[in-house]
Unconditional design. Structure first.
Length: 163
C-alpha cells in the first residue's frame, strides 16, 4: 500500500530522543513506530530495542492488541544479559498488573501468576545486576506489594483431583 520512508543514520539520535519523549507523554504507539524506523536503519540499536520493548509493554495496560511473539523477538535482540532479563521481568510485571485491572473471572489468579513470574525474572536479574543499580529490588518489592495489598494467591487445586 505505502512504501515507508527511510530514516537517515544521522536522524537516529534525534529520533530516539523523540521516541523516549512520546513514551513520557503516554503515547506508546508513536514511540513504537519511531523505534521501528530506527531499527530499520540500525537493527542492533540497543536503546531503540529497549525503548520499543517498553513502549510495547506500555500498551499492555491499555489493552491494545500486542503480539507476544513480536515483543519477545525484540527482547531477544538485547545483547546485555542483565538488561534482557530485567526487561523480561518488566513485561511480566505489566501483564500481571493489566490482568489485575480486568474484571473477569480468574483474573486475580492470572495476575498472581504473572507477577510471580516477573519476580522470578527479577531474581535472575539480581544475580547479574551492575554494582550500584538495584532497580530489580525495587521492581521485585513492587510486585510483592501488589500481591500482598490485593491478597492475591495461586489457583487452588480441587481437592477431588485424581492423582
Amino acid at each position: 500500500m505505502f512504501e515507508l520512508k527511510q530514516l537517515s543514520h544521522e536522524g537516529v539520535g534525534p529520533a530516539l530522543e523523540r521516541a523516549k519523549h512520546y513514551r513520557l507523554l503516554n503515547e506508546p504507539g508513536a514511540a513504537e513506530s519511531i523505534c521501528r524506523d530506527i531499527l530499520r536503519v540500525d537493527p542492533n540499536n540497543q536503546e531503540a530495542l529497549i525503548t520499543i520493548v517498553l513502549a510495547m509493554s506500555d500498551r499492555i495496560a491499555k489493552d491494545y492488541t500486542l503480539g507476544a511473539s513480536q515483543i519477545k523477538e525484540y527482547v531477544s535482540r538485547i545483547t546485555d544479559e542483565y538488561q534482557r532479563t530485567y526487561y523480561t521481568g518488566i513485561i511480566f510485571e505489566r501483564r500481571g498488573k493489566a490482568a489485575l485491572s480486568r474484571d473477569v473471572p480468574g483474573s486475580e489468579h492470572a495476575a498472581y501468576d504473572l507477577l510471580r513470574q516477573a519476580m522470578d525474572w527479577f531474581d535472575k536479574a539480581w544475580k547479574l545486576h551492575p554494582e550500584g543499580n538495584e532497580d530489580v529490588v525495587l521492581r521485585w518489592n513492587g510486585c510483592a506489594r501488589v500481591i500482598m495489598s490485593n491478597n492475591l494467591g495461586p489457583r487452588e487445586m480441587a481437592s477431588d483431583m485424581i492423582e
